[in-house]
Design a binder for this molecule. Structure first.
Ligand SMILES: *Cc1c(COP(=O)(O)O)cnc(C)c1O
Length: 373
C-alpha cells in the first residue's frame, strides 16, 4: 500500500464544489489585491485566535521578516532563537541585519530550552524568537517573564502552531502567536491551515505594531506613493484567502481529526521499544501538525519506508548552527548537542486529516516489521 506523506487531493475531492466556487468567484468579480477575501480571512483569524489585529502577507517567511524589521531586529542587535527549526526562523533575524543567537532545545519537547535563555542575554539582545514546533508551544510563561525583566521584544514563530493554545499559570488559554509582541502563521500547503500555494499572516494585540505591519506590506506607504518606510511588497493573495476561508469553516474538525490520527499512531507504536513517541509538556492544548518519532537506526528505517512506499519527512536533518550560510557565526559540531542528537533520530510520519485508520495501522506495522528483522 502506498501512503503519501501529504496530499491536498483528498480534501479537495471531498469539498470540490466549495473550493471551486470560492476560487471562481474571486476571478468572476474581477481581481482586487488585498480584496474582500483577504479582509474576511483576517477577520476569521482574529475571531479564531483572539488576536486584536491580523495582517495577511505573502508567506510565513515574509511575515517573520516584516515583523523582525518592525521590532528593530537590526544591525548591532542580537535575537535569541532555536537552532532546531525551519530555516526561516533564523534567516529573518539575519535578513534584517541582526545576529541570531542560538540556544539549545529541550530534549523532550524539541522547543527552546527556556532555562538556557538568560545566560545568553547580553546588552545587545533585542528580542526572543520562540518557535512552537511540530505539536506544542514553547514555555511562554518563562519566555514572557524573561522578556519583561530584560525589556526584550518577543516574536512568536507560530508557523506550525495554528490551533495550539497555551494556558501555563494563567486561567485562560491563549492562542499561539497572540502572547508576544507579534506572532506569525504560515499557510504553506502542508500546514494545519494550508492554502493552495504560499501565504502567511502576522497577528498582534498592539495597535501601533498593527499599523506598521499594514504599511510595511505595501512598500511602507500609508498613502499610495507616499512612503514613510522602506517596506516590502508582501500581500496575501485573494485567491489563497478564498481557499483558506473554506478551510477555516472546518478547522476544528480537521484539528480533531489530527488528534485522532495521533492517538492511532501512539497506540500502534507503543510496543516498539526502538521507537519513542512525543511527549507533551506544559499546561497547553497541542495540535498534531506533524507526528514525529525518535527512532533507533533512523536512516535504515527511512530506507525501509521508502521501499514500502510510505511517505516520511525528516525535520530537520541539519541544525541551523551547522548551515553553510551561518558559518560566520563561528559555531561547530557539538555546540548544541541536543539539537544535533535529535536531528539524527527524528522522523515524521504521514499526518493529515484525511488519512485512514487502515493506512496508519499499515505504517505502524511496517515499522514493527523493520525492527523485527
Ligand atoms: C513553514 C515554516 C515557516 C515559513 O513559512 P512559509 O510560509 O513556508 O514561508 C517558518 N517557520 C517555521 C517553523 C515553519 O515551519
Amino acid at each position: 500500500m502506498k501512503v503519501n506523506f501529504y496530499t491536498s487531493k483528498r480534501e479537495y475531492d471531498e469539498k470540490k464544489e466549495e473550493f471551486n466556487k470560492a476560487i471562481i468567484s474571486v476571478v468572476e468579480k474581477g481581481i482586487s489585491t488585498l480584496g474582500p477575501e483577504v479582509v474576511k480571512l483576517e477577520d476569521e483569524i482574529k475571531e479564531f485566535t483572539g488576536a486584536k489585529y491580523a495582517i495577511g502577507v505573502a508567506s510565513g517567511t515574509d511575515a517573520l521578516v516584516l515583523a523582525s524589521d518592525i521590532l528593530g531586529f537590526n544591525e548591532g542587535t542580537e535575537v535569541i532563537t532555536s537552532p532546531f527549526t525551519f530555516f526561516a526562523s533564523a534567516s529573518c533575524i539575519a535578513r534584517t541585519g541582526a545576529k541570531p543567537v542560538f540556544v539549545d532545545i529541550d530534549e523532550e519537547t524539541f522547543n527552546i530550552d527556556v532555562n538556557k535563555i538568560e545566560e545568553n542575554i547580553t546588552d545587545k539582545t533585542k528580542g526572543i524568537l520562540p518557535v512552537h514546533l511540530f505539536l506544542q508551544m514553547a514555555d511562554m510563561d518563562k519566555i514572557m517573564d524573561i522578556a519583561k525583566s530584560h525589556n526584550l521584544r518577543v516574536l512568536e514563530d507560530a508557523a506550525e502552531a495554528f490551533g495550539m493554545r497555551w494556558r501555563g499559570n494563567s486561567d485562560e488559554y491563549r492562542h499561539a502567536g497572540t502572547i508576544g509582541d507579534f506572532g506569525i502563521f504560515s499557510f504553506f500547503p502542508t500546514k494545519t491551515l494550508g492554502g493552495y500555494g504560499d501565504g502567511g499572516m502576522i497577528v498582534t494585540n498592539d495597535e501601533k505594531l498593527y499599523e506598521m505591519a499594514k504599511i510595511y506590506r505595501v512598500h511602507g506607504a500609508s498613502k499610495k506613493y507616499h512612503h514613510e518606510y522602506i517596506g516590502y511588497n508582501s500581500r496575501l493573495d485573494s485567491i489563497q484567502a478564498a481557499v483558506l476561508s473554506v478551510k477555516m469553516k472546518y478547522i476544528n474538525d480537521s484539528i480533531e481529526k489530527r488528534e485522532e490520527i495521533g492517538s492511532w499512531y501512539i497506540d500502534g507504536l507503543k510496543d516498539i521499544k526502538e521507537v519513542r513517541i512525543p511527549k507533551i509538556l506544559g499546561n497547553q492544548k497541542h495540535v498534531f501538525y506533524v507526528f514525529n518519532i525518535l527512532a533507533e537506526k533512523r536512516d535504515e528505517l527511512a530506507e525501509y519506508l521508502k521501499e514500502k512506499e510510505i511517505g516520511f519527512s525528516i525535520y530537520y536533518p541539519k541544525p541551523l548552527h551547522l548551515q553553510e550560510c551561518f558559518k560566520y557565526l563561528g559555531h561547530k559540531e557539538g555546540d548544541f548537542p541536543v539539537a544535533e542528537k535529535i536531528s539524527k533520530e527524528i522522523l515524521a510520519l504521514p499526518m493529515y486529516p484525511e488519512l485512514t485508520r487502515e493506512e496508519v495501522e499499515y505504517v505502524c506495522n511496517v515499522i514493527k516489521e523493520f525492527y523485527a528483522k
